[in-house]
Design a protein around this ligand. Structure first.
Ligand code: GDP
Length: 456
């Protein structure tokens, strides 16, 4: 098929220059950064919508778009030309050939929006969960086509599940996109009918009315994406914001740069000269050369010898940056992938037991006391057990349904305690949202996700 396409392939040098440019641009413009996840039922038009939005905001070159157009025409699948923008990115990313420059970022007047796990066509759902654990805001895409909205919403579709999932991971701002409105002649009545149904559901699911917006769109025709309504039938009754404006108006989360340092380590390797290198993401705070830091659960102290980003030397790095750090003063054996580097003045809690509020997905066997899982927390993957079922709670309202339930089945919501055999670094969601979200997996399947509520 499109395997031979090399349009996104750029040289490593070029990729580095691009990354550096983006980085400097971001610093220079002082734009705030948010992470956005796109959710919704399969075929709601998520990929098409985001591909079109990326194109209209200048994040996909005309040359690339032209290529997709030609290829999709050739195969008689022109309606997929925008969706392919995201597919291609996903493939390239999977093959690790290029840095994914541009394709998954939208720049608005005041913001840089990173799309989390851009909805590639196939594996969107499993990816969605890990993406959702990093999301600040979400776009919920629903298909306005008669019958389609209903099957996504009413008949066990994913619309409800996704909305509940992101809410239970702490996402509180939601932009609902009432998509494919071209299929119903831009009907105001249809729009209102869907808004009405979603409103009461979302309220129940714990979203505040003021934090939810509803935007009529067509990802395919591009209507109301980045410009005011053009289509006469829509213009006749809609004067609200377009999708880009909705994104522009999302409230920015607290600037993570102003918080104490937390860096999660995703790789460890021998550096040049003395010391060794770690790489990972600065979750919060900043890190400068010569800083003293505490490493992992052992809380050993180390000193930062040098810093780099995309192989360019830096004197300081900030929250959101993917960095390499050369450390000295610590034995390489005392640092592990998944551990957290933190500020010695404001260290991260270390524990073997914590309470979390989880939502349970597909479990073959209901979760009972002592259930073994793999705890995923940032880059950390650690064997753990669900050691206490504190209460099952109502999925939407959060009210306690039953104290000390004997088991937790599919699609339930609960407060549980998780215990690891080795001490780990973790935060409460209310203190550090970046480090207070977890996933529980069994045999490669995510069975639950949630947020940390108490640390023992
Ligand atoms: P996803 O599974 O949510 O990512 O959905 P896709 O973007 O792959 O779209 C699913 C199907 O709906 C494709 O055939 C698209 O061409 C079609 N589609 C997407 N957006 C629109 C739209 O706004 N209007 C119409 N009529 N069709 C659309």
């Amino acid at each position: 098929g499109r395997g031979s396409t090399t349009i996104f392939k750029v040289s490593k040098d070029q990729a580095q220059r691009n990354a550096q440019q983006l980085y400097e641009q971001e610093r220079a413009t002082q734009k705030s950064h948010i992470h956005m996840i796109v959710i919704g039922h399969v075929d709601a038009g998520k990929s098409t919508l985001m591909g079109h939005l990326l194109y209209d905001t200048g994040n996909v070159s005309q040359r690339v778009m032209h290529k997709h157009e030609q290829e999709s025409k050739k195969l008689g699948k022109q309606s997929f030309m925008y969706a392919w923008v995201l597919d291609e990115t996903g493939e390239e990313r999977a093959r690790g050939i290029t840095m994914d420059v541009g394709q998954s970022r939208i720049e608005t007047k005041t913001k840089i929006v990173t799309l989390l796990d851009a909805p590639g066509h196939k594996d969107f759902i499993p990816n969605m969960i890990s993406g959702a654990t990093q999301a600040d805001v979400a776009l919920l895409v629903v298909d306005a086509t008669r019958g389609e909205f209903e099957s996504g919403f009413e008949l066990g579709g994913q619309t409800r599940e996704h909305a509940i999932l992101v809410r239970s991971l702490g996402v509180n701002q939601l932009g609902v996109v009432i998509n494919k409105l071209d299929t119903v002649g831009w009907s105001k009545e249809r729009f209102q009918e869907i808004v009405h149904k979603l409103k009461s559901f979302l309220k129940q699911a714990g979203f505040k009315e003021s934090d939810v917006s509803f935007t009529p769109c067509s990802g395919l025709t591009g209507e109301n994406l980045t410009k005011a309504a053009q289509e006469p039938a829509l213009k006749a009754w809609y004067e609200g914001p377009n999708l880009l404006e909705v994104i522009e108006h999302f409230k920015v989360p607290e600037r993570a740069i102003d918080r104490p340092l937390r860096m999660s380590v995703s790789d460890i390797y021998k550096g040049t000269g003395s010391g060794f290198c770690i790489s990972g993401r600065i979750e919060t705070g900043a890190l400068c050369v010569n800083d003293k830091v505490l490493v992992g659960a052992s809380r050993e102290q180390a000193q930062v010898k040098s810093l780099s980003m995309d192989e360019l030397t830096q004197t300081s790095v900030f929250a959101g940056d993917q960095v390499s750090v050369t450390l000295a003063g610590i034995d390489v054996n005392n640092i592990t992938v998944g551990c957290i580097i933190c500020d010695p003045q404001m260290p991260i809690p270390v524990t073997t037991r914590f309470q979390c509020r989880i939502i349970v997905f597909n479990v073959k066997v209901p979760i009972t006391m002592g259930y073994p899982v793999l705890l995923h927390h940032q880059s950390l993957i650690e064997p753990a057990v669900v050691c206490k079922l504190t209460a099952s709670i109502h999925k939407s309202t959060g009210e306690v349904v039953k104290k000390k339930p004997r088991c937790l089945g599919q699609n339930s919501c609960a407060l549980v305690e998780v215990e690891t055999s080795r001490p780990i670094c973790i935060e409460r969601y209310s203190d550090f949202k970046e480090l207070g979200r977890i996933m529980l997996r069994v045999a490669g399947v995510t069975i639950a996700a949630g947020m940390v509520t108490k640390i023992r």
